[in-house]
Write a new protein. Structure first.
Length: 262
């Protein structure tokens, strides 16, 4: 049935912004390809660990921005600002709890995701670069947890950071230099808290966002690998002999040199 003139006008008005954006950026086509790309049909729940890890990081980013609106990175005010967030701000206890426990969830999911990739052999050719990017994401995720642990600036956070800085300072080659840069002085104090806050809020999240973008690009470019026991797994077709095609008249089937043709 032919569309009415009124319906065509409404559809044109609705699609005009989308067409305008697609013509100038190509984002609509990219998003459509990302959402409707083909994936192997034998994937399981284990393949959702990557998406779960990304969701946990986004929760950390959102709750971290909310907490940064009320947090004061000063040794004299840090602890009181955290207590103010927890006890006085509406739903502050919920946001802080999500950020505090979500950090552990994020690290645990990172390890589970990398364990799945390792056990499934998804780090092999041609996905070696994606595995390397994932290793850097794991290191940055743990670094985020370490820098964020000092921010409440209570006794537990202080002495745990002292232990962490001692471990860092005893590292080979650049350990002592790295510890001095992060500590910002002979002892943990206001400079240390300021540096940890900037690293936790600016440097590490920026690097994580950039590496996640590269990680997703490589996943889209290279595709999702099937489980190793799947019939669709890479290289599985080489395990089954191909049926011999009958030779045409006048042709000789090639054989190894020195072996007669049967």
């Amino acid at each position: 049935m032919a569309k009415s003139e009124r319906r065509r006008q409404v559809e044109g008005m609705v699609l005009y912004p989308i067409d305008w954006l697609e013509e100038r950026s190509g984002l609509v086509g990219g998003v459509k390809y990302f959402l409707f790309r083909k994936v192997p049909g034998d994937l399981g729940w284990a393949h959702t660990l990557g998406s779960a890890t990304l969701t946990a990081f986004l929760v950390q980013a959102i709750t971290g921005v909310i907490l940064a609106m009320f947090y004061k990175p000063s040794p004299d005010e840090a602890y009181e600002s955290v207590q103010h967030i927890t006890n006085d701000i509406d739903f502050g206890w919920l946001v802080r709890g999500m950020h505090r426990w979500g950090a552990s969830v994020f690290i645990i999911l990172l390890f589970f995701h990398m364990a799945r990739v390792f056990l499934y052999g998804a780090y092999k050719y041609p996905r070696e670069l994606n595995w390397i990017v994932g290793v850097f994401l794991l290191i940055l995720g743990m670094f985020e947890g370490f820098t964020g642990y000092l921010l409440p600036y209570d006794q537990t956070a202080y002495w745990a950071t002292v232990v962490g800085m001692n471990i860092t300072g005893n590292g080979p080659f650049v350990g002592s230099v790295l510890a001095q840069i992060m500590q910002g002085g002979p002892a943990i104090g206001s400079d240390t808290l300021a540096r940890f806050y900037s690293l936790h809020m600016l440097v590490a999240p920026g690097l994580i966002f950039a590496l996640i973008g590269l990680h997703l690009y490589l996943v889209i470019r290279l595709g999702v690998s099937s489980p190793p026991w799947s019939k669709e797994a890479a290289g599985r077709e080489d395990l089954e002999p191909e049926p011999e095609s009958p030779a045409r008249s006048g042709l000789v089937t090639p054989t190894m040199r020195g072996r007669p043709t049967p």
